[in-house]
Design a protein around this ligand. Structure first.
Ligand SMILES: NC(=O)c1ccc[n+]([C@@H]2O[C@H](COP(=O)([O-])OP(=O)(O)OC[C@H]3O[C@@H](n4cnc5c(N)ncnc54)[C@H](O)[C@@H]3O)[C@@H](O)[C@H]2O)c1
Length: 334
C-alpha cells in the first residue's frame, strides 16, 4: 500500500514527500507540474505527471500501488489570481476534488489529509484564531478550500472516509542539508510569480529585485506593519505524517490549525533578513492594501492535543536562515 500525495512536486508537498520517504513510507506522487518541479522529488519515489481530475490516471495509480491514504496538496494558491479568475479556482480546487474522491473511494481510499488554509476564516475577529473562529472566506481561494472541508464532512458521514483538514498559516523556510536523517535533497520555495514575503525579501537580498514593498505602516501593531504567523515547512511536513498516523489508528475527522503561534511583523521579517544575509534590502513604504488584516496568528493548541504536534522551528531567524540557504544555492529556482 502507498500513500498518494497530490501536488507532491510543489513547495510543501515536496518537503512532505521527502520526510515520508526518509521515514520509510511508500509514497506515490501525482502532480501536473503546473507549479511544481520534477527535480523536487527523489528518483526513488514513484511519480505520475497528471491531473487530479483525470479518473484514468487515478485508477492506474490505485491498481499499481494500492491507495488507502492520501495527502491532497494539489491546488492553485494565489489569492489575487483567484479574485480575477474565481472559476479557475473553484474548478481546480473544489470541482476536481469531488471527482477525485469519487474515483479513489472505488479503489479503497480510507483517509484524506487535506491542505486547507487560514484563509477559510476571513477577516479575523480575535488576535489569535482558533478552529472555532467563524468561517467567512473573503476570496475565492479561501472559499474553494472551505467548500472542500464541507464536502469532506459529508463524504465522511456517507462513505466513512475520514479526514484531517490542516489549516496552515504562512508556510515558510526550506529543507536544508542535515535536517532529515538521510535526506540529500535541498527543497525550497520556487513559485512563479512569487507572492510570499520571505522569498520576495530574499530575492531582493540576492539583487534579483530592486526592493520590497511594505503595504501599510499605520496598523495597530507594535511597529505599524502587518503581523503574520510563519510556520516552517518541516514542521508542516511533520504534522502531515502525524495526521496520517492519527487517521490510520482510527482517529475521527478533524479541522486543525497549523501555525507557529507567534506573530512577526513585516518590518521584523526584513530586519531579520538583513541580519542573516548581511545584504542591503531596500524597503519601499506604501499605503495599506485592501483586504489585508492587521494581525493573523494561529491558536495551535488543538494540533498538540489531537496530533501531538508542536512546531520546532519557531524563531524567525531559523525560518529565514533555512530559506536563505536554499535561495543562495538555487538563486534561479530548480
Ligand atoms: N504556501 C502557503 O503558505 C500555504 C498556506 C495555506 C495553504 N496552502 C495550501 O497548501 C498546498 C500546497 O501549497 P504550496 O505552497 O506548496 O503550493 P505549490 O503551488 O508549490 O504546490 C501545489 C502543487 O499542486 C500541483 N497542482 C495544482 N493543481 C493540480 C492538479 N489539478 N493536478 C495535479 N497537480 C496539481 C502544482 O503543480 C504544484 O506542484 C495548497 O493546497 C495550498 O492551497 C499553502
Amino acid at each position: 500500500m502507498s500513500i498518494l500525495v497530490t501536488g507532491g512536486a510543489g513547495y510543501i508537498g515536496s518537503v512532505t514527500v521527502e520526510a515520508l520517504r526518509v521515514s520509510g513510507e511508500d509514497v506515490v506522487v501525482l502532480d501536473d507540474l503546473s507549479a511544481g518541479h520534477r527535480k523536487a522529488i527523489s528518483p526513488d519515489v514513484a511519480f505520475y505527471e497528471g491531473d487530479t481530475g483525470d479518473a484514468e490516471i487515478l485508477r492506474k495509480i490505485t491498481s499499481e500501488h494500492g491507495v488507502t491514504q492520501m495527502i491532497h496538496f494539489a491546488a492553485f494558491t494565489s489569492v489575487p489570481e483567484s479574485v480575477g479568475e474565481p472559476l479557475k479556482y473553484f474548478g481546480n480546487n473544489t470541482g476536481k476534488v469531488v471527482k477525485m474522491i469519487d474515483t479513489l473511494r472505488g479503489g479503497g481510499l480510507k483517509n484524506i489529509v487535506f491542505s486547507s488554509t487560514a484563509a477559510v476564516y476571513g477577516e479575523p475577529q480575535s488576535p489569535a484564531i482558533d478552529e472555532g473562529h467563524p468561517k467567512n472566506p473573503c476570496n475565492p481561494y479561501g472559499l474553494s478550500k472551505y467548500f472542500v472541508e464541507r464536502i469532506l464532512d459529508w463524504v465522511n458521514s456517507a462513505c466513512g472516509i475520514t479526514h484531517v483538514a490542516l489549516r496552515y498559516f504562512n508556510a515558510s523556510g526550506a529543507l536544508t542539508k542535515g535536517k532529515l536523517s538521510d535526506g540529500s535533497l535541498m527543497l525550497g520555495e520556487d513559485h512563479h510569480p512569487e507572492g510570499h514575503i520571505i522569498p520576495l525579501v530574499l530575492q531582493a537580498a540576492l539583487g534579483q529585485r530592486k526592493s520590497v514593498s511594505i503595504f501599510g505602516t499605520d496598523y495597530p501593531t507594535p511597529d505599524g506593519t502587518c503581523v503574520r504567523d510563519y510556520v516552517h515547512v518541516l514542521d508542516l511536513a511533520d504534522a502531515h505524517i502525524k495526521a496520517l498516523r492519527y487517521l490510520g489508528d482510527g482517529g475521527e475527522s478533524q479541522k486543525i490549525n497549523l501555525g507557529n503561534g507567534r506573530g512577526f511583523s513585516v518590518r521584523e521579517v526584513i530586519e531579520t533578513a538583513r541580519e542573516i544575509t548581511g545584504r542591503d534590502i531596500t524597503a519601499i513604504f506604501g499605503a495599506r492594501r485592501a483586504g489585508d488584516p492587521s494581525t493573523l496568528v494561529a491558536a495551535h493548541k488543538k494540533a498538540l492535543a489531537v496530533l501531538g504536534w508542536e512546531p520546532k522551528y519557531t524563531s524567525l531567524g531559523d525560518i529565514i536562515q533555512t530559506a536563505w540557504d536554499w535561495h543562495k544555492n538555487y538563486p534561479d529556482g530548480y
